[in-house]
Ligand binder design. Structure first.
Ligand SMILES: Nc1nc2c(ncn2[C@@H]2O[C@H](COP(=O)(O)O[C@H]3[C@@H](O)[C@H](n4cnc5c(=O)[nH]c(N)nc54)O[C@@H]3COP(=O)(O)O)[C@@H](O)[C@H]2O)c(=O)[nH]1
Length: 871
């Protein structure tokens, strides 16, 4: 039922309901009255029919009885008339009565004879003038003068009728006459001769013979023959119930009185009987109608109240249904089997079930496959937990779009003996979830590469370590650092660097299994977490696969770049049983791989930590050394092979610590390159070398100066201007400066690099490829770039005399350089034989201990005296 707040709303509905209720009440009342009227009508009609039937039957019986009585009257009358005629149309009667009253004959044939034989009460004979002539009463002769007490006027009609009958054949007539209180049957016949001639001869009028019978004499006979009861003569109509009164009139039509008799009337009896039966029936019907009416009224009241309740319930249902439909939440109900039995409009519209039926839809099929088990647990928990907590589920719509719903569930128990149902309500939290997921994604994924970031990786690492500890398996943490990635950024710009990182991320991701984790920690640092059985070759295979993938060319928008990576691997549990320790050790191993020459993988070993520590220390010390001018240059002579004369020097940096100890370039140059310190260091070397060359030039020593230039320096945008400044500041001929570049720099093969080298070459500065033959194998860059000199690496010279192949290679390099118009400098020349070999092969210059070690400027004095002597 709606509460007071909601009850106000459906006033119009209530009015409709009342009208509906009144209408229904009217219908029921009409029905009850109709029933009552039909019952009464039925009973009335039945009664009327019965009445009519009874009346008809009774009338028939009365008529039949009257007809029988009249028939008997006619019979008796006719019989009396026949008897009268017999005696009147008898010549003996004429002779013995009329002509001569023969007493004997009269005693024999009239008087007692007539009484005994015919039951006559009286005989009256009238002469032709209708005057009494002879009379008998009770079988004895009686005085005739007073017509035996009868009125002659009453008798006259009968006499007239018989006198009118034919003379040859007289007719007797009978009728009724009354005397005092008694009724008499009188038959009259004209006394006629049996001989027609005589009869005619006598002519008219004739005497009349009247036979008279007291009706009382024939009453019982008639009653018996006609079956009449209590058959009586009365002057008046019988007022008795059930008595018939038959009027008896004389010949003139005067009512003399009435014959009455009792008559059983079957119709009336039947009607009475029926009414006797019908009355209680009628009463019962009326009572029944009354009871039914009362019942109807009671039922109506109930129906009215049920109708009202039903209507209110329906109204309430509609109200709550519309409320549920309009609710801004999803509402649905399932039975205890988790089948959906109701869903509101929001549910249907959000999940796209408007057209299809939601009936029998399983709660578990409703949710995303990934959430089904959770939903099962949630549903089971809702059955027992009185205050179950809400939960978020992924619920796809009919188009497969995932919605996030925050679902709460409550048990709904209609009655104690019925199965409970379960009411669910849910808020659509898809947007919030999307924001959360977006935020979570941003917090846990790297925007550039879409790989997990450090935060998520650390989380996965913790879980991975726990899983490995639990399953007693191993896991490997791999640090991947792209070699010289900074160069890409510096030379090709950050956009190119981003492209490289994105492509590298794809390749790394491609190299591992779905279950492994690849993450980007920042910059060009990637990290992998692999889980496997202890001793599995997987770790090694994956690391090599990554190296291989990253060594393939990277096709950028305008360039093709070749890269390599260094990988450090730390294993759980051998190399650390905590996240931090493993991360640290993998990092250490990666640095080790870097220092070991890059493009390689390195498994962590405890000793690496010491080396790393030393490296870090060196970095700190080197930084300080640059600032404190602990670096200085030594110069190694470069000789013309054919003339055995010094033509130039190569500037080589040295580091003398404050304690006097020396640190050699092999140790600190890699550290300087890794840390970027090579740029200030190289700039210092260039500037110092130029300064020294100016001094020598001033002394008349027309030497050329070779300076090692690191790729990082070339990528540095200040390098060109620094070079120009040096040339200008120290008034140097650019042709006397030679910059030595390693092959490594050509791997990048970028437009910017080519452009820088062209600029340097256009300035007149010579470019030399240092350590030729040890690095990048493609020779196409020799043609592309403005290179002037090729320096054959010392490793070839070491075996040039002992190894035919090395000799062949050196010869080939010299020939190839010449074919490209490049001058050749052979490094590491330590003997006369090597010098001779080079001279034979046409190598222009040589450098090595055979000619002279790298020394400080003042130690070059002997060379200068030789040099000055030769020019
Ligand atoms: N970017 C810079 N790199 C520099 C600079 N100074 C030096 N270096 C590089 O350091 C590496 C080691 O140099 P260093 O210890 O000076 O060794 C040089 C020579 O001493 C050595 N050499 C020359 N002749 C011989 C020989 O006959 N035998 C022998 N065992 N060693 C010899 O070779 C090095 C010169 O090499 P290169 O530069 O390739 O000509 C070295 O790679 C230097 O390049 C610097 O200022 N900047």
């Amino acid at each position: 039922m709606p509460d007071s707040g909601t009850a106000n709303k459906p006033n119009a509905i209530n009015a409709t309901l009342n009208a509906e209720g009144s209408k229904l009440a009217g219908m029921i009342r009409q029905l009850a009255l109709s029933f009552l009227w039909v019952s009464v009508g039925f009973i009335a009609i039945t009664t009327m029919l019965l009445w009519h039937f009874a009346d008809t039957v009774d009338k028939e019986k009365i008529e039949q009885s009257i007809r029988a009585t009249e028939s008997q009257l006619r019979r008796v009358g006719t019989s009396l008339a026949v008897q009268t005629r017999d005696f009147a149309w008898w010549d003996a009667s004429i002779n013995n009565l009329i002509n001569n009253q023969n007493e004997d004959w009269l005693n024999d044939n009239f008087r007692s004879y007539l009484v005994d034989s015919f039951g006559l009460s009286m005989v009256l004979v009238l002469d032709v003038k209708n005057q009494p002539f002879y009379a008998e009463s009770g079988g004895k002769k009686a005085p005739a003068s007073d017509y035996l007490g009868f009125s002659p006027f009453m008798l006259q009609p009968l006499i007239n009728k018989t006198q009118a009958s034919p003379l040859a054949e007289p007719q007797a007539y009978y009728g009724f006459v009354a005397r005092d209180e008694e009724l008499f049957l009188v038959a009259a016949c004209a006394i006629t001769s049996e001989v027609p001639e005589q009869a005619v001869a006598t002519g008219r009028p004739r005497p009349s013979l009247l036979f008279i019978r007291n009706f009382n004499e024939v009453r019982s006979d008639i009653a018996s023959e006609a079956g009449l009861l209590d058959f009586q003569w009365s002057k008046t109509i019988s007022a008795k119930e059930g008595y018939i009164s038959l009027p008896i009139a004389d010949e003139q039509g005067n009512i003399l009185g009435y014959l009455t008799w009792a008559l059983d009337l079957p119709g009336r009896a039947m009607l009475v009987q029926s009414l006797q039966w019908a009355s209680p029936l009628l009463l019962c019907s009326l009572l029944l109608a009354w009871v039914i009416l009362r019942r109807f009224r009671a039922t109506f009241s109930k129906v009215e109240s049920i109708t009202l309740e039903t209507a209110l319930l329906k109204n309430s249902q509609q109200y709550f249904q519309s409320m549920a439909d309009d609710a801004p939440v999803l509402i649905w109900e399932t039975n205890y089997l988790a089948e959906v039995i109701y869903a509101n409009r929001r549910f249907k519209s959000l999940l796209g079930h408007e057209s299809g039926s939601i009936k029998k839809l399983s709660l578990f099929e409703l949710v995303d496959e990934r959430d089904r088990e959770v939903m099962r647990a949630f549903f089971e928990n809702s059955k027992t937990d009185k205050n179950p907590k809400g939960h978020e589920f992924r619920v796809p719509d009919s188009k497969g779009q995932t919605n996030w719903l925050f679902v709460i569930c409550a048990q709904h128990l209609v009655s104690s003996d019925s199965e409970p149902s379960y009411i669910f309500s849910a808020n659509d939290v898809t947007e919030r979830k999307a924001i959360e997921q977006e935020a979570w994604y941003r917090a846990n994924y790297d925007e550039l590469t879409q790989l997990p970031n450090r935060s998520l990786f650390q989380n996965r690492l913790s879980q991975g370590l726990k899983a490995s500890a639990r399953n007693k398996t191993s896991c490997a943490l791999m640090f991947i650092d792209i070699d010289h990635f900074k160069n890409i950024n510096d030379s090709l710009g950050h956009s190119a660097g981003d492209q490289v990182l994105q492509e590298a991320a794809k390749r790394i991701r491609k190299s591992i299994r779905e279950t492994d984790t690849a993450a980007r920690l920042g910059g060009d640092e990637f990290v992998l977490l692999l889980l496997a059985e202890t001793g599995s070759p997987l770790f090694d295979q994956v690391a090599k696969r990554v190296l291989n993938e990253l060594s393939k060319p990277f096709a950028l928008e305008h360039n093709e770049v070749y890269l390599s990576a260094s990988i450090g691997i730390a294993m759980y549990p051998e190399d650390g049983d905590s996240d931090e320790r493993l991360m640290m050790n993998a990092d250490t191993a990666m640095y080790h791989a870097k220092r070991a020459g890059r493009n390689q993988l390195s498994y962590y070993a405890p000793v690496m930590n010491a080396k790393l520590k030393a490296t870090l220390q060196m970095e700190t010390d080197l930084r300080k050394a640059i600032n404190d001018h602990e670096l200085f240059l030594v110069y190694q002579p470069i000789f013309n092979v054919r003339h055995q004369a010094m033509v130039g020097v190569e500037a080589l940096v040295r580091w003398r610590k404050p304690d006097g100890s020396m640190v050699f370039p092999d140790e600190f140059i890699p550290v300087a390159e890794q840390t970027g310190l090579i740029v200030p260091l190289g700039d210092y070397v260039l500037e110092q070398a130029c300064k020294q060359l100016q001094q020598w030039h001033k002394k008349g020593l027309d030497l050329s100066m070779s300076v090692n230039v690191s790729p990082a320096q070339l990528r540095d945008s200040n390098f060109i201007s620094l070079l120009q400044n040096c040339l200008k500041h120290y008034s140097l001929n650019p042709l006397k400066i030679q910059l030595e570049l390693t092959e490594q720099i050509f791997i990048e093969n970028s437009e910017e690099l080519v452009s820088s080298l062209d600029t340097i070459a256009n300035m007149g500065v010579h470019l030399a490829i240092d350590d030729f033959g040890t690095g990048y194998s493609s020779l196409s860059y020799l043609q592309k770039l403005s290179v002037d000199v090729l320096k054959i690496d010392k490793s070839f010279m070491d075996a040039v005399l002992s190894d035919t192949e090395s000799a062949m290679l050196v010869k080939a390099m010299i020939a190839m350089a010449h074919s490209l118009n490049l001058a050749v400098v052979a490094e590491g020349v330590e003997s006369q034989e090597q010098q001779d070999f080079l001279a034979t092969e046409g190598c222009e210059r040589g450098q090595g201990y055979f000619y002279g070690r790298p020394v400080e400027p003042e130690q070059l004095a002997p060379y200068f005296s030789d040099y000055l002597a030769t020019i």
